[in-house]
Design a protein around this ligand. Structure first.
Ligand code: SF4
Length: 809
């Protein structure tokens, strides 16, 4: 067996209100409390109330003067109030606000001398009271036939009993329309009743058996039973669980349960429990809860509201009239033609209903309402908000404090503001929240600030994926990681618990979404600070700055919004390889402004220019042939560079390192080593210091031969680059020495080259001389040979002459 509980069932808010007020009033009295008529039509509840000395009386004659009386939810006619006053009877008015509203309507129209038709049961106390407030202008009708007995005027006002079936009202309206009357119709059927009836109808169609719980004399319970019987083949009306005979019910698979507006929860619970236990039933509650005030719910609420309004509207058939016998069918009810002169020009029934809702201040989810406290209990406040249903504010919607004493904090008739959470909490009441009014106010506030582009202060509550969550009072928002700061922040958790000023960059109340940016605020502040900072910067000024970041060529220093570049060469007069060697991130330093370029947003800074160039005072501070301590800063093949103080370096030539011959300086020394040196020479023109590490008594080295003047070496590209560099930037002593060493090496090479050339030349000369000698010798030999040949020829001639002479002889 499955047990289905109707979505709307049991005590309506009016009955609950009256019950609470009665008990509270009784608790304040030392005597019994009387209710003018039974508080509700439920004998079990009446019994319990009597145990609490809350008795029901049917007439004023039954009570003594000055007694205490409670007017029940049905209300009473005005003459009863007058009688109370006359007899000094203290009364507590628990008339349901919805019923009171009907009193107001009929009173207002009676003053305008309108004829008033009250559709309802003439014997019902509510109708008796309403008729009383009509001041003689009211006529009670239940069926269209009742109209026959009334001398109808051309203009009539129609109101209905709060527990009336819609179809009855529709039938009367249709009958009036047939008569061509002008009318003003107020659908005063209670929402709680309509909801219960709709829920009963809906459930009746789905189940095998409908159980309707409530007093046998309760009209609204009887109407529920009527509906259940119509839509379900099997329906029973019971007052308590004792009437259930399980043997008769066991055959049903699906059982529906509903209850009249005067049926307390404990009676409904007892019925359900019996079905569960004895029938082994499973309770299937058809009642979806909506507690959170979210956009989706808001939208859903609106949709429900629309549907509800549609449901309550009296439909108009196309033929502009009622079909015969349609009066009993709610779905066949009609709306007057547009041309009908009803409430306002050209207004139809739908508009009438809308106007009615408006006149009843229909609460909207998420909106704030104002009302007067009518009852304070331990766990809730009941507030009259001028709507047909009162507002209920449960303790948890008032405060988070468990110790809060509502009676101490609030008082009856106090006007308060609350926000609507649900238009109907399932019992016909409007669920309100005081707690959320603050949240709503903050949303309003936030929206205004967002529209005006104002900033707000939020408190960060935790780090989440991708950023931080932060609260603006009761409104929760998100700060993306990229919007936490103008710079990248690695550790966002450091912001948790902090308050910060933020800009609202996205706001959507419907989606409950707020996105904040601290970065935007900082950027704006920074812009202002930059403008201000530039105004205060001037070339040559010494200012304070914070080292923000490093590069290979220097450090960027924050001068209060403007970043300046401190080139590595401007950090110290001494040798600095990289800025991190001497500076730390976020370190505050003094810097001198060398140059400003506002257009390009560039500032050149220097630290070393704030102190005197050590080369300028070297001659005063250091003496020749005096021993000083220094630190080796560099080693080359030709010597070691020694720093005497930052920016002041000298060179110890390899020949000056030790008495004995040193092949390479690195054989004896290392960088960073502190050594004792003596100054041999100071050259302030070229910023050079020659040093020695040799002891004074060192033996004199053999003089080196004076070098032959070297030929001017041919400049290669390296020379050119070095010279260009030298022209562009002032060279440090280290670089100068290196340059000099390079020069020296070149000179040595040139000298060697020259020597070599000389040798070659000498050899050539020698060769030439030899050749010459050889040539001379050859010539001599040739001459000697010629002479010898001539002598031989001469001798031959002489011999021939001698021979001739002899021959002649
Ligand atoms: S008017 Fe509605 S809420 Fe008021 S007592 Fe009647 S049924 Fe209950």
């Amino acid at each position: 067996m499955k047990i289905y509980m109707a979505r709307e069932a049991g005590f309506c808010f009016g009955v609950k209100l009256a019950m609470d007020m009665a008990r509270k009033r009784r608790a304040s009295l030392d005597e019994p409390l009387y209710t003018f008529g039974p508080l509700i039509h439920n004998s079990q509840v009446i019994e319990r109330l009597e145990e609490e000395e809350i008795f029901s009386v049917d007439s004023l004659e039954e009570i003594e003067d000055h007694a205490s009386v409670l007017i029940r939810s049905h209300g009473v006619p005005p003459e009863v109030y007058r009688a109370f006053d006359k007899r000094g009877i203290a009364y507590t008015d628990a008339t349901c606000p919805y019923v009171k509203k009907v009193h107001d309507i009929v009173l207002e129209h009676s003053r305008r001398h309108h004829q008033i038709l009250i559709v309802g049961d003439p014997n019902h106390p509510e109708i008796i009271a309403v008729k009383g407030w009509a001041m003689g202008r009211g006529h009670v009708v239940l069926d269209p036939e009742d109209l026959e007995a009334i001398p109808l005027e051309s203009y009539v006002v129609v109101v209905a009993q709060t527990t009336l079936l819609k179809s009855r009202l529709s039938a009367i309206v249709a009958a009036l329309k047939e008569r061509g009357l002008e009318m003003e119709v107020y659908n005063t059927i209670c929402n709680a009743t309509a909801l219960r009836q709709a829920a009963a109808e809906e459930l009746s169609k789905k189940v095998d058996l409908m159980i309707v719980i409530g007093g046998k004399h309760s009209s609204n319970t009887k109407k529920l039973y009527e509906i259940a019987s119509k839509y379900c083949a099997n329906a029973v009306h019971i007052e308590t669980h004792h009437e259930i005979l399980m043997k008769d019910l066991i055959k049903y698979d699906k059982i529906g349960v509903t209850a009249g507006a005067s049926t307390p929860d404990w009676i409904i619970d007892a019925v359900v429990r019996k079905l569960e236990i004895e029938g082994e039933g499973i309770l299937m509650i058809d009642n979806s809860e909506k507690n959170e005030l979210t956009t989706e719910q808001e939208e859903q609420e609106e949709q429900e509201e629309q549907e509800e309004q549609e449901e309550q509207k009296i439909e108009t058939p196309q033929d502009n009239g009622f079909e015969e016998g349609s009066a009993d069918k709610p779905e066949e009810a009609v709306e007057p033609e547009a041309s009908e002169p009803v409430m306002g020009e050209n207004s139809g029934m739908n508009e009438l209903m809308e106007q009615f809702d408006e006149s009843y201040n229909v609460p909207r989810t998420g909106k704030s309402v104002e009302g007067k406290i009518v009852l304070i209990s331990k766990d809730e406040l009941i507030v009259n908000i001028g709507y047909k249903a009162d507002g209920i504010i449960p303790r948890e919607e008032i405060s988070d404090s468990e110790d809060l004493d509502l009676n101490m904090e609030y008082e009856v008739n106090q006007t308060i503001e609350a926000v609507v959470i649900k238009k109907d909490n399932g019992e016909g009441n409007v669920l309100l929240s005081i707690k959320r009014i603050a949240q709503k106010q903050k949303w309003d506030d936030l929206e205004e600030k967002f529209n005006n582009q104002e900033t707000v202060t939020v408190k960060v509550n935790k780090e989440v994926k991708g950023g931080l969550t932060a609260y603006y009072e009761q409104v929760k928002g998100f700060i993306p990681a990229s919007h936490v700061d103008v710079r990248y922040i690695e550790n966002l958790s450091a912001f948790v618990g902090q308050e910060m000023e933020v800009e609202i960059i996205e706001l959507n109340r419907r989606k409950n979404k707020a996105v904040f940016s601290r970065k935007n605020v900082l950027q704006k502040e920074l812009k202002i600070a930059v403008e201000k900072a530039w105004e205060n910067l001037e070339t040559g000024a010494v200012v304070k700055g914070i080292v923000r970041r490093f590069t290979d060529f220097g450090a960027f220093v924050d001068l209060g919004g403007v970043d300046g570049l401190l080139h590595v060469s401007e950090i110290s007069w001494g040798k600095v390889n990289k800025p991190q060697d001497v500076l730390k991130k976020n370190q505050e330093i003094d810097v001198k402004i060398l140059d400003l370029n506002r257009e390009e947003n560039k500032v050149s800074l220097s630290m070393k220019q704030m102190i005197e160039n050590p080369w300028k005072v070297v001659a005063q501070k250091y003496a020749l042939d005096t021993e000083y301590e220094g630190t080796i800063t560099g080693l080359t093949d030709f010597g070691a560079f020694v720093e005497l103080e930052p920016g002041l370096e000298g060179l110890v030539h390899v020949s000056q390192i030790a008495v004995e011959r040193v092949e390479k300086p690195s054989d004896l020394l290392k960088v960073g080593q502190v050594v004792k040196v003596k100054i041999l020479e100071i050259n302030t023109e070229d910023n050079r210091i020659k040093l020695t590490m040799k002891p004074k008594e060192a033996p004199k080295q053999p003089e080196t031969k004076a070098k032959k003047p070297a030929k001017e070496p041919v400049k290669d590209p390296v020379d050119k680059v070095l010279e260009e560099l030298k022209e562009k930037e002032p060279m440090s002593a280290f670089a100068d020495e290196a340059f000099d060493a390079f020069d020296a090496a070149l000179a040595r090479a040139a000298a060697e080259e020259a020597e070599e050339a000389q040798a070659v030349e000498a050899a050539a000369v020698k060769e030439e001389a030899v050749a010459e000698e050889e040539a001379v010798a050859e010539t001599v030999a040739e001459e000697e040979a010629v002479e010898e040949e001539a002598a031989e020829e001469e001798a031959e001639e002489a011999e021939e002459e001698a021979e001739e002479a002899e021959e002649k002889k």
